[in-house]
Design a protein around this ligand. Sequence first.
Ligand code: ADP
Ligand code: MG
Length: 645
Amino acid sequence: MPPALLELKAVCRTYTDGEPLTVLKDVTLEIRSGEFVAIMGASGSGKSTLMNIIGCLDSPSAGTYSIRGIDVAGLNGDALAALRRDTFGFIFQRYNLMSDLSAIENAEVPAVYRGVGKAERKAHAGQLLVDLGLGDRLNHNPGQLSGGQQQRVSIARALMNGGPVILADEPTGALDSTGGKEVMAILENLHGLGHTIIVVTHDTDIAAYAHRLVRIVDGRITSDEMQKGETGTLLQAGEPEKAAGPGAAVLGESLKMAMRSLLHNRMRTVLTMLGIIIGVASVVALMAIGNGAKQDVVERIQAMGTDLLTIMRGPPAVRASAEIVTTFLPEDLPFIAGVPGVSMAVPETNLSSLLRFGNQDLTVTAVGTGDKFPEVHDWPPQAGVFFSAEHVKGYAQVVALGQTVVKNLFPPETNPLGQYVLIGSAPFLVIGVLSSKGLTPRGDDMDNSVWLPYTTAGARIFGQRFFNDIVVRVKTDADMTAVQAGLHALMMKRHGKEDFNIRNQADTIAQADETQNTLTYLLAAIAVISLVVGGIGVMNIMLVSVTERTREIGIRMAIGARGFDVLFQFLTEAVVVCFIGGIAGVVAGFGGGLATSAIAGWRVIFTAAPVAIAFACAFLTGIVFGYLPARKASQLNPIEALARD
Ligand code: ADP
Ligand code: MG
């Protein structure tokens, strides 16, 4: 004789949460394929506990339970899930349908976990529902169906994967007598088709449908008798199918459930996403602003001329020298101009000075320089002329003004050319106005300057003969490094010590870049912190969601979801929140960046990297912060989950 389909030997079940309570005592029971068994007993006698063990939702505390001769104690969680999925079809007293899914979607779920494609699933579920008389209710949600109709949907669900063994725990308990009779007629019919049916009930009328009646009192089997002849046809319970793996079907279901759940709690979803949106948007916008600022600085430096070398007072790598270097003298200039590759050189000494015209005062930067200044800096006069070599030689009291100075010092419509202005107490004749140059790399207004011969400036205003800097223009075809080395050698020879340092524009750009990068990283760090905060928000809401949906998780596990499938579903939900939040964040980041540029006039430069990084961070946030709640869901005990309201 082949082994019985289901065989319990001396099974005990003791609940140990709280006072130990032994609910099943020494239950020995064999059920063969094709039987129609009723397990009858009073409420609290242990019927559901027994049914949960038979359905592999729970395991015995003592004794053995074998299915087709295989002890289930030796099976892992996935194998048990596969058994529930392919061998058993559960029908519960309270139907246990998922309220967010339509009748057909509810019926489909077990096939999802077997990896059946969507079209095939739909067709099969639809057919089952039509056969059960629900052809006109396919797209109704459980809330729109009567109890009897809901129970029929749950029968369709139990049959979805074949359901060779139907386990019905008080299937009529919540129905009126007509509904109850309908359900029992369906079960009788299924038995006729060869399904093995096990019904738990406390109702003699229901038990009367069965062919075999097992009575249970206080956890012990007290009688076990045939009450009708055995039927002939047997539906052989198939081996658990080695499905290719639910893969795509579970992904589809998970995405669908994620969208349902998120749409179901719109307000909560938006608030949860807000953290991610703000995080991603700030990464995108702040990086764009940072990049814009950096580019601005680079361009300002380049605007000053890329083929310039600046010889500055003071030894290299010393920020503030104790003694003032006074050795940069006019005598150096002809030698510097003679270094091979040097096109021209001008001294520059800047001092903040008070400028006066009439009774109008203005603080400006007075620059004592040479006649070649406009050519060295590509900065031609816009009106009038710049001073000449003769002016320099003759200590002329002439001055050229910047645009800002003209605007702020003179009444409107006054032509500054030919006017006298006072610098300190010395009068200077305005002979030229330079074109506009904009801001220095540090953001100072270069047009708020006046230029005068270094001779006059040294004697009348600064009271010093030496210069601060000497700016050298290198010939376009000359090698910058070689010229720099030449200048270095010359200065060493003339000054006898390294009391100077030479800076080229590449150095200046690199230095400015570094400062700006530090700033940008700082901004990015702030943004990442806000992403993490957003992630914690996601985790929080996901934990709430898992708690709220414990029952749904229990149902899914009862009908064949593996722990991994549940984990995957909740992880998907977290990732979907972060993904949508990420997209919204990128859009908001672009919007915010553009708005900043429009309102504050700042330059913003969007690059792909921060967008990609922010998006990847959001995605990762979903996985990292979704994992804990998802794992919690996947580790729920199905019977406890099902017991939850
Ligand atoms: P029935 O389905 O026959 O009404 P159950 O199998 O549901 O009975 O319960 C049998 C006994 O076990 C009851 O006294 C019930 O209180 C107890 N019980 C059921 N589930 C648990 C549990 N998870 N923890 C502790 N006691 C339980
Ligand atoms: Mg019960």
